[in-house]
Design a protein around this ligand. Structure first.
Ligand SMILES: [Zn+2]
Length: 331
């Protein structure tokens, strides 16, 4: 490995493993593991760039929540990577032994602090002593320093093996735009696609994360891990979302689902028909396979959701859908 050794910390719903005495809720890997060929790429490679293109201390542990903070509180994630899929895959790669990793059961309080952003201050009630205390950036850093000491002991016997046949990071893309939370012009707004290039669709409403999601497409910036989460309200509407052309990736038209509150951005929205419920159920079944620790058998591989159309066909589909909607007002 050349350059500074930096590590990614990912938190997730705990799983149990007979090899570990406590449920595992945290994984630490070398940044280069994000270039593992078994991870969704180029998303993993883009997260690698997030880890390595900012000044970091040698041996620094960077939680996903810190990346979220640096990406304008998560508003820029849709332009960078599907971190949820990457983290879920990372857990699988780690459990299969295809890279070196530290799997940890981090206790509730440090786990909570690490999951919050690096500037968050929380009031914590200690049940044991019945006292309240303020915990913030310094306590979070102390928890990360503890973990860094673990990593340093591990590395003393040899460097982390990031896996074999690593892919090349997607360096052909433009430099990453880091925008620590609260410093950008879009602070407090929905994610925007302002620096995506598309001459046809500058007036399209912003399409937030939620493409191919088995539930409401809406993107909720803060979640229990300081990471963006999907809206979990019941689905009531379906329609089309256009994912704009992004450097090298064609435009895509996707069927999307939404709750009663978040249906505004759906093109040609309508109530679900039986075939829509079937598709939603299929997407849900497939999404289940991305839960940490699960692998899908070769005989029944993971089938990710697919767009309805790509490229020019995507624009044509959206045009047709809009025409249909004009003929069916009030649906
Ligand atoms: Zn919603």
């Amino acid at each position: 490995m050349t350059g500074t050794d930096v590590y990614l910390l990912a938190a997730f719903e705990p799983y149990t493993d007979p090899r570990h005495p406590v449920p595992i809720n945290t994984l630490i890997v070398h940044a280069a593991t994000l270039l593992h060929p078994e991870l969704p790429q180029p998303d993993g490679g883009m997260m690698y760039r997030c880890l390595t293109e900012r000044p970091r201390r040698a041996g620094e542990i960077v939680p996903v929540s810190t990346l979220t903070f640096e990406l304008d509180g998560g508003r820029l994630w849709p332009l960078v990577a599907d971190w949820e899929r990457v983290v879920a895959s990372l857990v699988g790669v780690s459990r299969a032994g295809h890279c070196d990793s530290m799997s940890l059961g981090v206790p509730d309080l440090p786990s909570y602090l690490i999951a919050m952003g690096p500037t968050t201050v929380s009031t914590i009630y200690d049940q044991a002593t019945g006292t309240m205390s303020q915990q913030g950036p310094s306590e979070r850093q102390a928890a990360l320093d503890d973990l860094a000491a673990h990593v340093a002991r591990f590395v003393a016997s040899g460097p982390f093996w990031p896996g074999d046949n690593l892919v090349v990071p997607p360096v052909d893309r433009e430099p990453l735009q880091f925008r620590p939370c609260g410093t950008g012009p879009s602070s407090g707004q929905k994610p925007t696609l302002e620096h995506m290039s598309d001459e046809r669709s500058n007036d399209e409403p912003p399409v937030s994360k939620g493409i191919g999601v088995a539930g409401c497409y809406a993107y909720v910036p803060l979640g229990p891990y300081g990471q963006p989460r999907q809206c979990h309200a019941p689905v009531a509407w379906t329609g089309v979302l256009l994912r704009l052309k992004v450097r090298g990736r064609p435009a895509q038209a996707w069927q999307a689902f939404a709750c009663g509150e978040h249906h505004d951005d759906l093109i040609a929205r309508r109530r679900l028909l039986p075939r829509d419920w079937e598709r939603l159920a299929d997407w849900r079944e497939q999404a289940d396979r991305w839960r940490p620790g699960r692998t899908s058998p070769a005989s029944d591989p993971y089938r990710p959701p697919r767009p309805l159309a790509e490229g020019d066909a995507a624009y044509e589909l959206v045009d047709r859908a809009q025409e249909w909607a004009q003929g069916h007002p009030g649906k």
